[in-house]
Design a protein around this ligand. Structure first.
Ligand code: AHM
Ligand code: MG
Length: 337
């Protein structure tokens, strides 16, 4: 039974064989990203036993308190990926500026962006967290990259993926040819293909939104949620279920598994402060949109397709509505009414 299992390495190499002119650089880069996620998975698993829970006592560029594991996982990602020669630079939710590859290592043609520990408010309560990453091509001067080189629309992504540190550790990936899920076999230290060709059902009766913000919501969001809550007796004519894990990776994984819609919209409170949303375009919204679209779902800001946005700055935030296609289209139509 164990002989015909496909490891993630085998899967990536076999995919590469179909790409004319592929040098193996991308395959090797992706392998390092996988290794970084395995290291983070191991740290998260050991938690309090190795003293990695709790606050770091620092803030990130957005003024959010960092957890110890935010800082540690960021470092794991940098150290695991800086030496290979495949990257021109990296950018992370947890770092103010882009990370230049140290001078002792060669520089390559790819850019890596990541949220090393998404949903980290969950880490101390032992609820699922994850890592989100995206790979872009460096189109400028790869020897001297700047933040500007990262400002590419989501449609330019070469690869996006996430690792989910839940009851089991999973890796879900797309390179633009569908979405595949792998489960970490802890005994052999390899991700095994367990969820080939993941696809999101078009329709759903499950939504996810942080309802504690409801008094600040814009009218279209209120309308959608009210109609869901009205259930069978309301405009939708059926009952809806609600979930909120506060861990985008876990929410997207649920949607890839059984459908649903996830929203972190812009609201009046954010707008009053000049804000445009909570989630970050480069580290969260774009990679997740790529995955969701590749699985047959849709992803918008409520108004426009996220993947087509031209990023203005590295740490830009955007409203996010993603998941089952028909529901996302409905919510988007309410905004554009
Ligand atoms: P983080 O990257 O700092 O962990 O924040 C992003 C997270 C998402 O995973 C999640 O969807 C959202 O923030 C939860 O926000 P809230 O605490 O407002 O419910
Ligand atoms: Mg995050």
């Amino acid at each position: 039974m164990h002989n015909n299992r496909t490891t993630i390495t085998q899967f990536i190499i076999e995919e590469q064989r179909h790409i004319e002119g592929a040098t193996g650089d991308f395959t090797s880069l992706l392998n390092d990203v996988v290794t970084a996620c395995k290291v983070i998975s191991n740290l998260v698993n050991h938690g309090a036993l190795i003293g990695v829970l709790g606050a770091a006592g620092t803030e990130n560029v957005q003024g959010e308190d960092q957890k110890k594991m935010d800082v540690i996982s960021n470092d794991v990602f940098l150290k695991t990926n800086e030496w290979s020669g495949h990257l021109a630079a990296m950018a992370s939710e947890e770092m103010d500026e882009i990370y230049h590859i140290p001078s002792q290592y060669p520089r390559g043609k790819y850019l890596l962006t990541f949220d090393p520990l998404d949903g980290s408010s969950n880490i101390d309560v032992n609820v699922s967290v994850g890592t989100i990453f995206s790979i872009l091509r460096c189109k400028g001067d790869c020897k001297h990259p700047t933040a500007q080189d990262f400002l590419q629309a989501g449609t330019e992504q070469v690869c996006a993926g996430y690792a989910l540190y839940g009851p089991s550790t999973m890796m879900v990936l797309t390179t633009g040819k569908g979405v595949n899920g792998f489960t970490l076999d802890q005994n052999i230290g390899e991700f095994i293909l367990t969820h080939p060709n993941m696809s999101i059902p078009e329709e759903t009766s499950e939504f996810a939104i942080n309802a504690s913000n409801s008094r600040h919501w814009e009218a279209p969001v209120k309308r959608y949620v009210d109609e869901c809550l009205a259930g069978k007796e309301g405009a939708r004519g059926r009952d809806f279920n609600m979930r909120w894990v506060a861990s985008m990776v876990a929410e997207v994984h649920r949607i890839l598994t059984r459908g649903g819609v996830f929203m972190y919209p812009v609201d009046e409170k954010m707008k009053a402060k000049g804000g445009e949303g909570k989630l970050r375009l480069m580290y969260e919204a774009n990679p997740m949109s790529f995955i969701v679209e590749q699985a047959g779902g849709a992803s918008t800001t409520g108004r426009e397709r996220i993947m087509e946005l031209q990023p203005k700055e590295l740490h830009q935030r955007v409203p996010v509505v993603l998941g089952s296609k028909k529901e996302v289209e409905l919510i988007t139509s309410y905004h554009n009414d």
